[in-house]
Design a binder for this molecule. Structure first.
Ligand SMILES: Nc1ncnc2c1ncn2[C@@H]1O[C@H](COP(=O)(O)OP(=O)(O)OP(=O)(O)O)[C@@H](O)[C@H]1O
Ligand SMILES: [Mg+2]
Length: 358
């Protein structure tokens, strides 16, 4: 595990993932790269690290490493409720530097927008020009200057249910555009992240997208990395085994433990408290959300029993789909569409499941 720092804090591991991305970006764009994984596994942190520290020589001054040309848009940071707000989020008008002094915008703002001529922007807004044609031209202009574009979009599921004109779905058109950038023209890398496992499942099972995509999972840390990390923080072997049993490799859960454990008499007491909170969260959704009927409750218990006994549940029957989706939506379960295994979204939920009367 190499020691890296990011935004003033230690970045835990991710050696393999960082190398994977760099190798990917050095090859010819052929497929859309989908990055998925359980909630809070560290997808956004990882990609932001790669962008700011590996693709830029000097991020604050937007000086790229080599010939990369990077656009990174995190849709969670915008309120996107319709097509116009999407355009507002990703396009900004070029400033004509006559007139008022240009204000200096932050690197993170600049990297998240396509800068186009004001006139063109108005035409896109008025739907006289197609957004994706304009973006394609912008990208072609960069490749003509020997730059290698990389487009990264986080929280893509935000674009679901948004329409361009009555019947044109924004997400569909956007994904067609991504296929054309990668598989068809090889002009740009496209990386798409989502924390929504139900959404990823839908994409994975779309025949056309499956053929044009690569899926890359960013999971919680492996035990060996947790051991390395916590040993370096002074934890004993016994403590580390206990922590791993309750929190697995979930980075924010472990970070939180470091802050909160002093409020409890013992480490074990703290971990038990966390397991109890996970248990009450599960019970609350089961009993008070109004979303789970009697039959689904029974099916959920089947799922939990397998997870507790075997470490995962493999649905052999479609009758489990709905209840798994419901618990995945509230981030209690994580469903991997590639290996078809269902687990707790993080280890602590599995400790919560142990408390159910299974
Ligand atoms: N490698 C890491 N080293 C240190 N801290 C990390 C690392 N990865 C993630 N974190 C911390 O864990 C938290 C969750 O990470 P992040 O938001 O990147 O996860 P995510 O997978 O994008 O979550 P979501 O599913 O909500 O999109 C953040 O507060 C971040 O600081
Ligand atoms: Mg994220």
């Amino acid at each position: 595990m190499q020691t890296r720092y990011f935004r003033g804090e230690k970045l835990i591991d991710r050696d393999n993932e960082i190398n994977f991305f760099l190798d990917w970006f050095r090859s010819l764009p052929k497929l859309i790269l989908w990055v998925y994984g359980p909630k809070s596994s560290g997808k956004t942190t990882l990609i932001e690290y790669v962008v700011e520290k590996e693709l830029f020589e000097d991020f604050e001054n937007l000086k790229p490493k080599g010939n990369w040309w990077v656009k990174y848009i995190n849709l969670r940071r915008y309120l996107i409720s319709n097509y116009s707000s999407f355009i507002e989020a990703i396009l900004t008008p070029e400033k004509d530097d006559k007139g008022k002094k240009e204000e200096k915008l932050s690197a993170s703002f600049n990297i998240g927008v396509f800068n186009i001529k004001a006139e063109l922007l108005n035409e896109v807004k008025n739907k006289e020009k197609d957004l994706f044609k304009v973006l394609m031209e912008e990208i072609q202009n960069r490749t003509k200057k020997n730059r290698q574009p990389i487009i990264i979009i986080d929280e893509i599921q935000t674009l679901e249910d948004i329409y361009i004109n009555g019947d044109r779905e924004l997400l569909k058109e956007f994904l067609n555009f991504c296929v054309s950038l990668t598989k068809e023209t090889h002009l740009s890398h496209v990386v798409i992240l989502s924390s929504n496992t139900v959404f990823i499942d839908r994409i994975y099972n779309d025949a056309k997208l499956k053929k044009t995509s690569k899926f890359f999972k960013v999971d919680h840390l492996d035990k060996s990395i947790v051991v390395e990390w916590l040993s370096s923080e002074g934890y004993t072997e016994e403590e580390i085994n206990l922590i791993y049993d309750y929190l697995g490799g979930c980075i924010p859960d472990i970070q939180r433990m470091m802050f909160e454990k002093k409020e409890f008499k013992t480490l074990k007491e703290y971990l038990e408290h966390r397991a109890f909170l996970a248990y009450t969260e599960i019970m609350h959704f089961l009993n008070f959300s109004g979303k789970i009927d009697k039959e689904e409750r029974k099916l959920f218990y089947d799922v939990c029993r397998e997870i507790v006994n075997k470490g995962y549940f493999e649905p052999d029957n479609d009758k489990y789909r709905t209840v798994i989706e419901k618990f995945a939506e509230v981030e209690i379960l994580f469903y991997d569409p590639l290996d078809l295994k269902v687990k707790g979204n993080s280890r602590i939920y599995e400790k919560g499941m142990e408390r159910l009367e299974l």
